[in-house]
Design a protein around this ligand. Structure first.
Ligand SMILES: *Cc1c(COP(=O)(O)O)cnc(C)c1O
Length: 397
């Protein structure tokens, strides 16, 4: 077989791989606690399902406009106005088959050979690979948990070159659960203006925030910031709609047009039925989000408290998303039955095999000191899983 070179540059999503491994063990009869999941454990609300069923009954089952139906784009424009205080016209908005697809369209429209794309680590696993798939170079910039994993604008400045094309921001963040403050966003926006690069702002966890945290979109900081930002958002996380595949972007007209052309030659429109469901998700009652959030909040508090109780583990309290990202590096160098744990992957493998707990090693997100645990799973699983982790870590000497 002679595959294209780009297939050699990338790896399959490690989070999906971990999920598959846990599932295989579970299917083989093992009692696995799965902290690897990257989606809400809630069902899509009924009003949204009903809208989809209506769409099918009404025969709304044909091709639509490539970039989404007007009704949905209008609902998205209202969302940006109401939630973020940003005015977008319809030709600045585009709907795709999930936020991951939106990000991919952006990568295709903007990146090429010689381009450098700044990615703060820890990062969502997909960003570097999407850059590589489009022949550009990811430039990973370390962040510090003491600074809530926000990129240090001084360090960012040092990484900028004439080839810097864009910076990919993700706030609130998967995997850290931390989020950017206004001051840091302002500094980044100023640097973007000064050095002429784009900001890709993945805000998929905007609705899942705790402790009264207020999400700020960098595009809302002013006309200049808006003109060089492409905001990515979607319904997968906020409305428990991962399988429906609806994501969207808001950004400059020319980039949106280029992305629409690319989408017109790849997937065409997102599913017509899902688009009708998305209109209901955005326009219908929003109580579901509060209910889900209250439950996530309860689990978050429990999980983070327990992690911090474990000797040698430290975990910052996440303000968003549904992940805990504890620092477990004090366990590296310890051993169980002669087997030395040297890094986050070895620790994760140990925890899967010995404690029957699936989670994702920090190395998948570009920082080996950590592991990621999702609390989008039942309180019962969380309690059991943490009992097992505590015991297994205690066995490392
Ligand atoms: C889940 C996730 C996405 C993608 O969501 P879609 O299901 O493709 O809409 C994008 N970014 C981050 C950080 C995510 O965690």
């Amino acid at each position: 077989m002679r595959l294209a070179d780009r297939t050699k540059a990338i790896k399959p999503s490690p989070t999906l791989a971990m999920n598959a491994k846990a599932k295989a063990l579970k299917d083989a009869g093992e009692d696995i606690t799965n902290f690897g999941v990257g989606e809400p454990d809630f069902d899509t609300p009924n009003n949204i399902k009903e809208a989809a069923i209506r769409a099918i009954r009404d025969g709304f089952t044909k091709y639509t406009a490539v970039d989404g139906i007007d009704e949905l784009k209008a609902a998205i424009a209202d969302k940006f106005r109401n939630d973020n205080g940003i005015d977008y016209t319809r030709d600045e908005i585009m709907v795709s088959c999930g936020a991951k697809h939106s990000l991919y369209n952006i990568a295709e429209a903007l990146f090429g050979p010689g381009d450098e794309v700044i990615i703060p680590a820890p990062y969502w696993v997909t960003y570097p690979d999407q850059v590589l798939l489009n022949d550009a170079m990811p430039v990973v910039v370390e962040t510090d948990e003491k600074n809530s994993f926000m990129i240090d604008p001084g360090l960012l400045r040092k990484k900028l070159t004439a080839r810097t094309k864009a910076l990919i921001l993700n706030s609130p963040s998967n995997p850290t659960g931390l989020a950017y403050d206004r001051e840091t966003l302002m500094s980044i926006a100023e640097l973007a203006e000064e050095h002429d690069f784009y900001i890709i702002s993945d805000e998929i966890y905007e609705k899942l925030v705790y402790d009264g945290f207020r999400h700020i979109s960098i595009a809302s900081l002013g006309e200049e910031a808006k003109q060089r930002t492409i905001v990515v958002n979607g319904l997968s996380k906020s409305h428990a709609m991962t399988g429906w595949r609806i994501g969207f972007t808001a950004g400059p007209r020319d980039i949106t047009k280029a992305m629409t052309n690319i989408q017109s030659q790849s997937t065409s429109n997102p599913t017509s039925i899902s688009q009708k469901a998305a209109v209901e998700a955005l326009r219908g009652p929003q109580e579901f989000i509060g209910t889900m959030l209250a439950e996530f909040d309860r689990r978050r508090t429990y999980m983070v408290d327990r992690l911090n109780w474990i000797d040698g583990v430290t975990c910052k309290t996440p303000v968003g998303a549904f992940y805990a990202f504890p620092n477990v590096s004090s366990y590296f160098g310890r051993a169980y039955k002669g087997r030395v744990i040297g890094n986050s992957l070895e620790l994760s493998t140990y925890l899967l095999e010995e404690a029957k707990v699936a989670l994702v090693p920090g190395s998948a997100f570009g920082d080996d000191k950590y592991i990621r645990l999702s609390y989008a799973t039942s309180m019962e699983s969380i309690t059991r899983g943490l009992d097992r982790i505590e015991e297994a870590l205690g066995n490392l000497k």
